[in-house]
Design a protein around this ligand. Structure first.
Ligand SMILES: *Cc1c(COP(=O)(O)O)cnc(C)c1O
Length: 373
């Protein structure tokens, strides 16, 4: 049987090709490849999409976006920043890169996101910020986190790399905190054709500062007022995103329909009796469904069986951050049982806006066989 794609970027590219090509052609024609007019045009389009009065700053990728947001806050060596141990390495890596210390708080086992109940006991005199990660496309409990953060004069930075387009109580991800960052990595819900990202702030001053930092701390040409870096978004990537952004809402709706279909197929096949746990969306949340992630027993065996049947899957993420070789010494003896259990059990199934019903049936049929093999 033919191999099915985990994420189908080819079909997407074909579907929007005329708009994408026209946008790319116009960049090639004007030739302003660095901070050309499409970058500012995209920033205004991202702001209009999100609402909530945020300012957007296009940057080179989602990792640099986190670094720039923390630099704009003035994070110093020795500062502590609270985040989730169950995320992509970039969230903690950028904290360490700035000489600050990541402090982990365990996740909620249902949503896989930072559990606000664990925050208070992790706060110290040195805590400056909390970085909740909107994992798989669903925001953390942002109002609970904001309440604790403001009581302790700490800033919240949403790592929205997987959740651009998500909503909580009707408000968009990237508008729910003072600072937020996202990624336009090709396989993210809004992806470009290479690396890309954005920073967001509800404070125009912080947004202005982030926009300076991404361009070597420059206030005007060759005048440098603070330490920055080269973190600019390419004009070509901004142009591609301008062609793709108008389709994002429909794509998220298509992902949501695919998620509902997966749930129905899994229940109809009785796979809950085999130990499968469906994704849980907290009430008030609308996910981007960046990933459709279930829990399964004997995950690695099930995954191998699926692969043998031509079904690609992924594990986000197999090693919690406190167990990563780079952090193992720093967090020796520390346990985050919910993150550890999730790392052993999660399995992401093929998910994209062009997923066909027949393909989903094939995936769940194979999952039934894989679980019972
Ligand atoms: C993808 C991702 C990042 C990093 O984004 P890049 O654009 O690849 O640098 C950061 N955090 C999370 C949660 C991500 O999923």
């Amino acid at each position: 049987m033919s191999q099915i794609p985990f994420v189908d970027l080819k079909t997407q590219q074909q579907a929007y090709w005329p708009e994408i090509e026209a946008r790319m052609q116009s960049v090639l024609a004007h030739g302003q490849f660095i901070l050309g007019p499409e970058v500012a045009e995209l920033e205004r389009a991202l702001e209009a999409f999100c609402g909530g009065g945020v300012t957007a700053v296009g940057v080179s990728d989602g990792t640099t976006a986190l670094q720039i947001a923390m630099m704009a806050l003035g994070i110093q060596p020795g500062d502590e920043i609270i985040t989730s141990p169950f995320t992509f390495i970039a969230t903690a890596e950028t904290i360490s890169l700035l000489g600050a210390k990541p402090v982990f708080v365990d996740i909620d086992p249902l949503t896989f996101n930072l559990a606000p109940a664990g925050l208070e006991s992790a706060i110290s005199k040195r805590t400056r910020a909390i970085i909740p990660v909107s994992l798989y496309g669903q925001c953390s409990d942002m109002s609970a986190i904001a309440g604790i953060a403001s009581a302790h004069r700490m800033t919240v930075i949403e790592d929205a790399a997987q959740s651009f387009g998500a909503r909580q109580q009707g408000k968009h991800s990237c508008t729910l905190s003072l600072l937020a960052t996202t990624s336009f990595f090709p396989s993210k819900p809004l992806g470009c054709f290479g690396d890309g990202g954005a920073c967001f702030s509800t404070s125009p001053e912080l947004a202005e500062r982030m926009s300076r930092i991404r361009a070597h701390g420059q206030s005007s040409r060759y005048r440098h007022v603070e330490i920055g870096l080269n973190g600019r978004l390419d004009t070509l990537q901004a142009a591609i995103l301008l062609a793709k952004l108008p389709h994002l809402a429909a794509e998220i709706a298509a992902r949501e329909r695919a998620a509902i279909t997966y749930g129905e197929l899994i229940l109809a096949a009785g796979l809950e009796r085999d130990g499968v746990v469906l994704p849980q969306i907290q009430s008030g949340n609308q996910s981007t469904w960046a990933q459709y992630t279930i829990r399964v027993p004997r995950r690695d065996t099930v995954r191998e069986n699926l692969s043998g049947m031509g079904i690609p899957t992924a594990v986000h993420y197999p090693i919690p951050l406190h167990r990563q070789p780079i952090y193992a010494n720093q967090f020796e003896g520390k346990h985050f049982p919910c993150a550890e259990a999730a790392a052993a059990e999660v399995l992401s199934l093929p998910m994209h806006p062009f997923l066909e019903h027949a393909v989903q049936e094939r995936v769940i049929n194979a999952l039934r066989i894989a679980l019972r093999a």
